[in-house]
Ligand binder design. Structure first.
Ligand code: ZN
Length: 285
């Protein structure tokens, strides 16, 4: 066989292999870009849109409590337009969505990227985003007390001044849990907020002195390497006397914190509670 013929045969074989090995998940010939179009300060409203697909009959929007959404997850909506405004349930947590486009014969034409939101007790719905630079600053879960609960966060809430000033619960604004004023990515766990509001209902006015901390900020404060403040499910509340501290321990006790720091360890000025092992039912990695 002449060398150039050998080359042609080789190229043909390689291209055949390429197509034969292309996974069926890539069968969709178009891609969809989806986005959350606006935050919602009340009412648990989800607003999203996506790029239109040629030849589409309908779009199915699937949802899950973790970012790995597939068409096997809950079917959230079926629509013929390329946008969706729909009220979610009032259960707090992180929710993720992916759009699938089908033709009239039911063939999959395209599917989208994943979009996510965090929803809070007040009905506030906040866009989530990935922030790989921030993720990379988190410590390795392998050295943590329990790697299952210390995964590096991949998705964060998107913070701006409007969100900081929005109520996450009847008596708390988002900004109270995010002391670093320059942050545009943060974690304020929706269940943590619920616990704080419940405790506040028993106690009266309480002042949050620390909520979310980036790993760098936590380190600058001399915080624990695996401090739960970095994962968004720890809170420090001002307590200026032993009796204030004891009262806070009592009003938070029904919320079953996994760890309560002794008053002396915290420097005799605050109550620290965190929910590091809580079965939250949602995740952000
Ligand atoms: Zn603390």
């Amino acid at each position: 066989m002449k060398p150039y013929i050998r080359l042609v045969v080789l190229l043909f074989a390689m291209s055949f292999l390429f197509f034969a090995m292309t996974p069926t998940s890539f069968a969709a010939s178009q891609t969809i870009t989806a986005q959350i179009t606006s935050n919602s300060t009340t009412g648990f409203l989800l607003s999203m849109n996506w790029s239109a697909v040629t030849g589409v009959d309908h779009y199915n929007v699937h949802t899950a409590n973790d970012p790995n959404v597939t068409s096997a997850d809950t079917l959230w909506a079926t629509v013929t337009t390329n946008s969706l405004n729909q009220t979610m349930t009032s259960t707090v947590g992180y929710r993720y969505f992916r759009v699938y486009a089908y033709d009239s014969a039911g063939a999959l034409l395209a599917y989208s990227n994943v979009v996510g939101v965090a929803k809070y007790t007040s009905g506030l719905v906040v866009k989530m985003k990935q922030d790989s630079a921030l993720t990379s600053t988190y410590p390795d879960p392998a050295g943590s007390p329990n790697p299952t609960y210390y995964q590096k966060p991949v998705w964060f809430i998107t913070v701006d001044s409007t969100i900081r000033n929005s109520n996450v619960a009847p008596n708390f604004q988002m900004g109270e849990f995010i002391s670093q004023t320059s942050l545009t990515s943060a974690l304020v766990d929706p269940k943590l907020v619920e616990h704080c509001q419940n405790a506040r209902n028993r106690y009266g006015v309480m002042v949050v002195n620390s909520g979310y901390r980036t790993p760098a900020y936590n380190q600058s404060l001399g915080g624990a390497t695996y401090s739960r403040h970095m994962y968004g499910d720890a809170v420090d509340i001002d307590a200026n006397t032993q009796s204030e501290y004891d009262a806070l321990v009592n009003v938070f006790a029904p919320e079953n914190p996994d760890y309560v720091e002794p008053y002396s360890l915290g420097g005799y000025n605050h109550y620290h509670g965190d929910w590091r092992y809580e079965a939250k039912g949602y995740q952000n990695w």
